[in-house]
Design a protein around this ligand. Structure first.
Ligand SMILES: NC(=O)c1ccc[n+]([C@@H]2O[C@H](COP(=O)([O-])OP(=O)(O)OC[C@H]3O[C@@H](n4cnc5c(N)ncnc54)[C@H](OP(=O)(O)O)[C@@H]3O)[C@@H](O)[C@H]2O)c1
Length: 357
């Protein structure tokens, strides 16, 4: 019999933290047992939290007190979800892992440590074995795994079946990202209302860097070109939507490539979470729409089951025999953060990295 595992959610009052609370409140075997924060410590969760998502604060959680981010108080916790802000996250996560905690992080601080997996469970599940190296090198009983930048996931998930099956030579991405991607309170209203705000060269570059790492960890059916031979670029923007990153991609190939075959590869794409029937795995990680003028952020961001776990792809077009276009929409705080974190934890449990007995 599987026991119920106890989870701590660090940053539980944040925009990603609330999605963890929402998703774990209904989870079959992981329960939110410890809610941690900083400014909100000592207050009842239901009173202090800004519940900027669907539904209401789960009843059984509303009265829980927000506690300090202190591993000494979390003795009986099996999994630590860490959507802490950049900079604050790194040292806290190391402290937890050193003490034997299993940390699933959404923050960027450890994403490029050579022994830390950066996981999209359908795309590179085999990289969990980096944990063995991490524990050995650092002499840790616990570990840190990360999930990638939400923007990178919105492109990398649909690009995976393309990269697996066709000879890509280039990808040009333009993003329109929601406000919640910047956390609470985010961007000053006067900077974003009536505006499309370029996120700048640094954000463009980290998007490309993360997509490159993810694709380099994909198992392929075609021998070449390797990921470093593919020209990859991104131009990133923030717009005044609340949730959902909308991305436009132009993909070029080394040989004539039929957009219908590309579409079929996306529609049939599945991974280990689907084979293992993990509770947070959507039946289809990519939902392809052929409806004109879809996906739309407002109507499609909660696509899939569990809601928000499928990336919606549409507007597929054969631009010329060697170029196609598609757009994708990802729920940034769900598939791009908390949902991806819960699915990663389920995979780690299934693979024996988190004890379920
Ligand atoms: N938002 C997204 O779409 C998204 C997607 C992927 C990844 N991420 C990553 O997820 C992380 C969190 O993002 P978010 O949007 O949820 O941010 P957020 O809304 O600003 O929430 C931050 C949370 O962290 C807590 N906190 C702040 N400083 C802390 C500290 N020094 N020690 C302990 N707790 C602290 C806050 O607690 P109090 O309220 O109690 O002060 C709050 O709960 C970031 O690293 C971000 O890059 C975000």
């Amino acid at each position: 019999m599987r026991r119920t595992l106890k989870a701590a959610i660090l940053g539980a009052t944040g925009l990603v933290g609330i999605e963890y609370v929402r998703m774990l409140a209904d989870h079959p075997y992981i329960k939110p047992a410890y809610l941690a924060g900083k400014g909100s410590v000592g207050k009842p969760y239901g009173e202090i939290v800004r519940w900027q998502t669907v539904g209401n604060v789960p009843k059984e959680i509303a009265n829980q007190e927000v506690k300090p981010t202190d591993p000494k108080l979390m003795d009986d916790v099996d999994i630590v979800f860490s959507p802490l802000p950049q900079g604050a996250a790194g040292p806290v996560e190391e402290q937890f892992a050193k003490l034997g905690f299993n940390v699933v992080s959404n923050s960027p601080d450890h994403r490029f440590d050579m022994d830390v997996p950066m996981i999209i469970p359908e795309v590179n599940p085999h990289t969990v074995t980096l944990i063995d190296e991490q524990r050995k090198r650092r002499d840790w009983k616990g570990f840190i795994v990360t999930t990638p930048l939400c923007t990178a996931q919105g492109a990398a998930i649909p690009l995976t079946p393309i990269y697996q099956n066709f000879k890509m030579s280039g990808v040009m991405i333009t993003t329109m990202q929601s406000l919640s991607g910047a956390g609470y309170p985010g961007i000053a209203s006067l900077d974003i209302v009536d505006n499309a705000l370029p996120l700048g060269d640094g954000y463009d570059a980290k998007t490309v860097k993360e997509i490159t790492r993810i694709l380099s960890e994909v198992k392929r059916n075609v021998p070449e070109p390797g990921v470093n031979e593919i020209t990859l670029d991104a131009t990133t923007h923030r717009i005044a939507t609340i949730h959902g990153h909308y991305e436009v991609a132009y993909v070029t190939f080394k040989e004539d490539t039929d957009v219908r075959k590309v579409m079929d590869s996306m529609e049939s794409f599945k991974g280990e979470p689907q084979d293992l029937k993990l509770p947070t795995a959507p039946e289809k990680p990519i939902l392809v729409t052929t409806q004109d003028a879809r996906p739309q952020v407002f109507f499609d961001r909660w696509a899939g089951n569990p809601p928000g776990m499928s990336v919606v792809v549409g507007r597929l077009k054969q631009v010329n025999p060697r170029t196609i276009r598609f757009v994708s929409l990802i729920h940034n705080t769900v598939r791009g953060a908390a949902g991806g974190g819960v699915l990663t934890a389920e995979l780690l449990i299934e693979k024996g990295y988190i004890d379920k007995r």
